[in-house]
Design a binder for this molecule. Sequence first.
Ligand SMILES: NC(=O)c1ccc[n+]([C@@H]2O[C@H](COP(=O)([O-])OP(=O)(O)OC[C@H]3O[C@@H](n4cnc5c(N)ncnc54)[C@H](OP(=O)(O)O)[C@@H]3O)[C@@H](O)[C@H]2O)c1
Length: 235
Amino acid sequence: MKLVIGGSTGFVATELIRQALEHPRITSIVALGRREILPSPDEGSKLRSIVCDNFESYSDTVNKELENADACIWTIAVTPSKLASVPFEETCKISRDYATTAVKTLDTLRHEQNGPLRFLYISGHFAPRSADEVPKELKNHGLINYGLLRGEAETQILAYGEQSNGTVQSCVAKPGLIDAPGKEKRTIPGVPNIDLQVIAAALLDQIINGFEKDTLSNADMIRIGQEALTWQQKA
Ligand SMILES: NC(=O)c1ccc[n+]([C@@H]2O[C@H](COP(=O)([O-])OP(=O)(O)OC[C@H]3O[C@@H](n4cnc5c(N)ncnc54)[C@H](OP(=O)(O)O)[C@@H]3O)[C@@H](O)[C@H]2O)c1
């Protein structure tokens, strides 16, 4: 399986790459980011670090690297902690439009059809898909527009899959706060937590074995990820 990881240098992507490198079912990993991953992959490794300087229209060189992907996990977004430093218009482009460009481009670049392209967009626990669903937690933190933007991205990604005549299966992951060893544990009332290793295992399980549903909750990912890690330990 050829897997593209969009946003190769981030917190979640780094763990996804670590686990994907160890996974026998993943034979090729394209780590797509605005900068190189470090350390650089070894010569002959199944991992390639591809730098992209325009996520709205990929260069021919980038397109070539993305050909015939079987799956993609998209991690690029402006996270809430960085919102203050990025104009909202730019945040929309980065967190929604880059993902929709990715799914369309990867679909177009599939010349060898070995089953559908699986595209998984990582969103967040509170990303309402309509204004009626905005929870008080977003209101309390001044994040209504941001939450709706992420919900809109979810809707667009899922719609692309539904309208693709089976060429693309889309899925949205809605994690709460992601914890990792050495990282200060955050708690926000009403927001669940998940371990980094567990969410990465869950997402890889789903792109390899198929999406059990189109929207994965934090609880779904804990269940799937813990099961996948248990199997890996036994193998
Ligand atoms: N961390 C959490 O607790 C948490 C919880 C719930 C949901 N999520 C979601 O999970 C996903 C991944 O989160 P994360 O914590 O891994 O985030 P992260 O560490 O900030 O990584 C984000 C990735 O996006 C890239 N990126 C940001 N702005 C970009 C731009 N303008 N152009 C190209 N690439 C850009 C970053 O590149 P650089 O490294 O070059 O900046 C990085 O590779 C996000 O959708 C986030 O909302 C995270």
